[in-house]
Design a binder for this molecule. Sequence first.
Ligand code: ARG
Length: 274
Amino acid sequence: MRNDATPRVSTPRRYLMCPPTHFQVTYSINPWMDPAKPVDLRLAMTQWEDLYERYRALGHTVDLLDPRPDLPDMVYAANGATVVDGRVLGARFAYPERSAEAEAHLEWFRGHGYTEIHEPSHVNEGEGDFAVTGSWILAGRGFRSSPLSHDEAQEFFGRPVIGLDLIDPRYYHLDTALCVLDGDEVMYYPGAFSPGSRAVLKRLFPDAVIAAAADAAALGMNAVSDGLHVLLPQAALGLFEPLRERGFEPVGIDLGELLKGGGSVKCCTLELRG
Ligand code: ARG
């Protein structure tokens, strides 16, 4: 619970999304993906459009990336870059199935007036593993992004990068285990992190919302906050009350079809900061 009564405010954001026009689960690079399970593409599109419309109804700007037929995971736009202060750190994917997404993102940024663009030397999966707080950049490692990408991000952005070790394959990206709510306020699922990283999180965020296993398993951490509204998977029921107690307005979203690829709200949303 907050000890001050300052109301939360939503600040207008700019997001980049990519419609799931060619979404499929044809390969498996995380434990959520089962190519034997059918995907209802029309339903995926309806669910995705609902998220898109919610952002716009909340006053946010959403830019769109052109989906490519050979890149079924492109709907998870958060992985394609990290943007802070208008500076773009490109991605470099861990698996060849997704590697061409990095160039598609770079092309979009070059075509939209971004001039400070860094093409990375080390594997990083964009905002999948980089979470920007008021004071730091939290950076996941263990499954996808290389630990070396953390120094690369720190040097490029000039912000302190704090490395966190992910240990549970279901939570293979940092954004499946932790969400920045506002400034230096976060929510996270401790079970996804090594004991040392858990201690670091406790030290940095003593008042964090701590997620239970069931809410994490509904990908409840894969949420997007605008400072007031927290858009999150609707099945993560246990998070709604703790968020309300802290003055946030939880908004439940159903992205059930996209869960089959191992992603939800945050994975579909790249924030264009500054
Ligand atoms: N199928 C994609 C992968 O495994 C899902 C990416 C989810 N994105 C995210 N930001 N966690 O790479």
